[in-house]
Write a protein that binds this ligand. Structure first.
Ligand code: TRP
Length: 329
């Protein structure tokens, strides 16, 4: 039997190269080996009250992007969380055994409450129980998550264990983090301020939907310094980021050429940027075209998401029925 993998994807709309080389590409590899359930966490996104039209658009955009990047709806169940309302019933049950203290101590809750003191709603407080419901409803073995989600996964195991001991059953298992290890390629932003997409300005990131001219402009405008002054000197952050992008998008060979030029102080940043821009365009353009094609086909998107939800429902309905019976309904 194939192991079960569940992951939720934030409906953030446009995805950038950092998203691609981070989670997205690895999710797509997992479809070959695991029984995967990938869903767009649109219920979760309601904690910030998105505009209905934005919500609709963002869900479609993410769905189209994942498919364009190679997620195969025949192999995985890809669906919108809101198309699987069974999750909400399990969420209610889990909330009965989730305690105020532990929910309040959750780091993501404390951060969000501090950032938005006017919107500390119950959905935010119980974000971890909804996430636990997403995961436990398919009895996942693995959850591919980044560091920021590990506490939520730990809480999922706590809720699973608590349910089991309350009812004297060994019903839920204990899903583990799936670590991509070195397959997680970190993509820096264009302004040398850290991860791509981290700063609010769209100029730090290259999106999979960016037009050629936009990509060229963003890269040519990327921050640099006045050039190396000593042989073999260490690269400052605003240069190291561009080199990392060259390594990923232009390849090791090209990287070596520019690295040598940097080390012997003959580098011309303009040349490096031109090369990076052209290779980035070559990489992004096919994705952009495919995303646009898929987005133009509403009937296809509807079909994918409906069939994904049907697949997900097979395991979700079974879990909810069993949980109801265990609880005494
Ligand atoms: N909380 C996750 C994030 O912010 C999204 C998410 C929701 C999720 N439900 C999940 C991830 C279940 C893994 C499993 O990225």
């Amino acid at each position: 039997m194939k192991k079960i993998v569940v992951s939720g994807i934030r409906p953030t709309g446009n995805l950038h190269l950092g998203n691609y080389f981070g989670a997205l590409r690895n999710f797509i590899k997992m479809q070959e080996e695991y029984n995967c359930y990938f869903f767009i966490a649109d219920y979760h996104s309601l904690t910030t009250h998105p505009h209905p039209e934005h919500l609709r658009q963002n869900v479609k955009q993410i769905l189209a992007t994942y498919i364009a990047c190679g997620m195969d709806p025949e192999k995985v169940a890809i669906y919108a969380q809101s198309d699987l309302p069974e999750t909400v019933e399990l969420y209610l049950f889990l909330n009965m055994n989730a305690y105020l203290g532990e929910l309040e101590r959750c780091t993501s809750f404390k951060d969000k409450a501090r950032q938005n003191p006017d919107n500390v709603n119950a959905g935010l407080l119980t974000y971890p129980t909804l996430m636990a419901a997403d995961i436990l409803i398919h009895k996942a073995d693995f959850v591919p998550v980044g560091k920021d989600q590990e506490q939520h996964l730990e809480m999922t195991r706590v809720f699973a264990q608590r349910f089991n001991s309350l009812y004297g059953v060994e019903y839920f298992g204990f899903p583990q983090a799936f670590n991509f290890g070195e397959n997680l390629v970190k993509i820096p932003g264009l302004d040398g301020s850290g991860k791509m997409g981290k700063s609010e300005s769209g100029n730090n990131a290259i999106f999979l939907t960016d037009e050629d001219a936009v990509i060229r402009k963003k890269i040519m405008r990327a921050t640099t310094d006045s050039g190396p002054v000593e042989m073999n000197q260490e690269k400052p952050e605003v240069i190291a980021n561009l080199f990392q992008l060259v390594k990923v998008l232009c390849g090791e060979e090209v990287y070596k050429v520019y690295d040598e030029a940097y080390n012997n102080c003959t580098i011309r940043y303009g040349d490096l940027k031109k090369q990076l821009a052209e290779d980035t365009i070559k990489f992004v353009a096919p994705f952009r075209q495919r995303i646009a094609e898929i987005l133009a086909d509403d009937a296809y998107l509807e079909k994918v998401r409906r069939e994904g939800a049907e697949k997900a429902r097979q395991s979700a309905a079974k879990t909810v029925a069993e949980v109801r019976r265990i609880i005494g309904f």
